[in-house]
Design a binder for this molecule. Structure first.
Ligand code: PLP
Length: 238
């Protein structure tokens, strides 16, 4: 991110980063890396639930810059004069000025419950656990799964978070998603032939990881078998 930010700034651009898959997963230093702004959702690694409100970061150096246009809502207005109803808008000189209106309270409650848990853990330890857990997943996949499952995420732990994307070629006609759900009670997310496996360091265990890999191994075996049976049937029919 630092290198991308430097390249952007050299061209006179501001840099904004989508942290949807980073927040609560890897812990970049946004001020040090000179990132101008970022946005993210709270429902992935931060566990605030589907439909949770989004987050926004704006680099401190922009907070008091009046030339940056904002959507001026009453929650961004200087609190001491909020009800004076003056004709001039007076923005709060912090990141609070980007707030517009009342936030939805149930979503804040679930987000708060999640953030309290994150407050109570050491983020450095969480990241170390995440690196070990992801490495364990990688090792098991390499050792136990056939070549038609390919890891397409970088192998260097510094270049990835708590996730491996797998290309699953076994049994092209079967959906891994349906099979895993029906047979193993595991809910997968697939995009075409890619499934994304994310052991969350906060609560997933080495046992969870092993269980997943063994389930996927069963899927591969079953579908290779079906594939062979299809071929035999076809031959018999011919
Ligand atoms: C999940 C995700 C988002 C968040 O989108 P929402 O509209 O908040 O659901 C944004 N960018 C990426 C890359 C994502 O994976």
């Amino acid at each position: 991110m630092k290198a991308i930010a430097e390249a952007a700034h050299k061209k006179g651009c501001k840099i904004g980063v989508d942290l949807a898959h980073s927040i609560g997963n890897v812990f970049p230093n946004l001020h040090q890396d000179e990132i101008n702004f970022t946005v993210w959702c709270h429902y992935k690694y931060l566990n605030a639930g589907p439909g949770a409100i989004a987050g926004l970061f704006v680099h401190e150096k922009h907070h008091q810059n009046p030339s940056i246009p904002i959507l001026a809502g009453w929650w961004g207005h200087n609190k001491t004069m909020r009800f004076d109803m003056a004709s001039e808008y007076s923005a709060i000189p912090t990141v609070e000025k980007w707030q517009q209106s009342n936030p939805p309270i149930w979503q804040l409650a679930s987000l708060r419950a999640s953030l309290e848990i994150f407050e109570s853990v050491d983020l450095k330890e969480l990241r170390e656990k995440s690196i070990r857990l992801t490495h364990y997943l990688e090792k098991l996949i390499d050792e136990l799964l056939p070549d038609d499952v390919e890891i397409i995420t970088p192998r260097d732990p510094e270049q990835r978070g708590s996730q491996l994307s797998l290309k699953v070629k076994a049994g092209a006609k079967a959906s891994v998603e349906d099979w895993m759900h029906k047979n193993e009670g595991i809910i997968c997310d697939s995009r075409g032939e890619i499934i994304r496996v994310a052991p969350a360091a906060l609560y997933n265990t080495y046992e969870d990881v092993a269980r997943f890999v063994y389930a996927l191994r069963k899927f591969c075996k079953t579908h290779q078998l079906e594939h062979q049976q299809d071929k035999l049937e076809l031959r018999a029919r011919l």
